[in-house]
Design a protein around this ligand. Structure first.
Ligand code: MG
Ligand code: MG
Length: 256
């Protein structure tokens, strides 16, 4: 069942999205060669709690961190660890909050120092494909319109779309209906209605689309070992144009 949100609920989801947006920027401010993903996780947890919210991922189905920290060939769901980031890495930081009974959920993939040109292209393409998807998140369209937009943009640049993981509705649960795949066909899938709140989150590989699950049962790796990028925003389906709850302005203000 798809729960349409009231404006009161959307207001709370907007607050959550703002907190996640600010947390991602706080983490981004500390990303540099030598810092561990575990240290960054601690920074995020402290920051989230300082705003009166609770980390949304910590303990979720047993997940051990506040952030999913997915480095290079890890697509998503990496554990924060003693791994020290190094120049040329990319790290997907996926962050969740719980505040007033609702979830926030967004992600951004950061370069660590200078990255290879093709990796920079992967980041730019994944980030832009998210915007292409968001442009389709309007009432009357279908989830397939979002997926098709993401897929055609990324494949047009020679990148591939992970199939095993998808975007989702969000509300009092982190993962609600509908599923929002990053691939698909225009005119297919679930019809979008005003008041649906969804997370669109392209997971795009530099090489082939195949992935495998780490023996820890969480981290998803690219099968060919090539890098993968991940960007995620929470949006409200509206008539004419989606309302985007997540903002990257705090991140990009400090890095550009
Ligand atoms: Mg997420
Ligand atoms: Mg998500």
């Amino acid at each position: 069942m798809i729960k349409l949100k009231t404006e009161e609920e959307i207001a709370i989801l907007r607050e959550n999205a703002l907190m996640v947006s600010k947390t991602l920027a706080e983490v981004g401010r500390h990303i540099e060669p030598g810092i561990t993903t575990k240290e960054l996780d601690g920074i995020a947890e402290k920051f989230i709690r300082s705003m009166g919210a609770v980390p949304g991922f910590l303990g979720f189905e047993g997940f051990p961190g506040t952030l999913c920290m997915s480095v290079n060939d890890v697509v998503v769901h990496g554990f924060p660890s003693a791994y020290k980031l190094k120049e040329g890495d990319i790290v997907s930081v996926d962050c969740g909050t719980i505040y007033r009974g609702y979830y926030g959920d967004s992600a951004y993939t950061f370069p660590v120092g200078k990255v290879a040109p093709r990796v920079r292209q992967l980041l730019d393409a994944t980030r832009q494909s998210l915007e292409e998807g968001i442009a389709q998140a309007v009432a009357g369209n279908r989830t397939g319109d979002i997926g098709a937009a993401v897929q055609s943009y990324c494949e047009g640049l020679g990148f591939s779309v992970v199939r095993e993981l998808v975007g989702h509705g969000v509300g009092t649960s982190m993962h609600e209906s509908p599923e929002v795949p990053n691939y698909g066909r225009h005119g297919h899938g679930v019809k979008l209605r005003e008041g649906m709140v969804i997370c669109i989150e392209p997971m795009i590989n530099a090489g082939h689309k195949e992935v495998y699950l780490d023996e820890n049962g969480w981290a998803v790796h690219t099968a060919d070992g090539m890098p993968s990028a991940h960007f995620e925003k929470t949006v409200v389906v509206r008539h004419g144009k989606a309302e985007v709850l997540t903002t990257y302005e705090f991140i990009e203000k400090q890095t550009c």
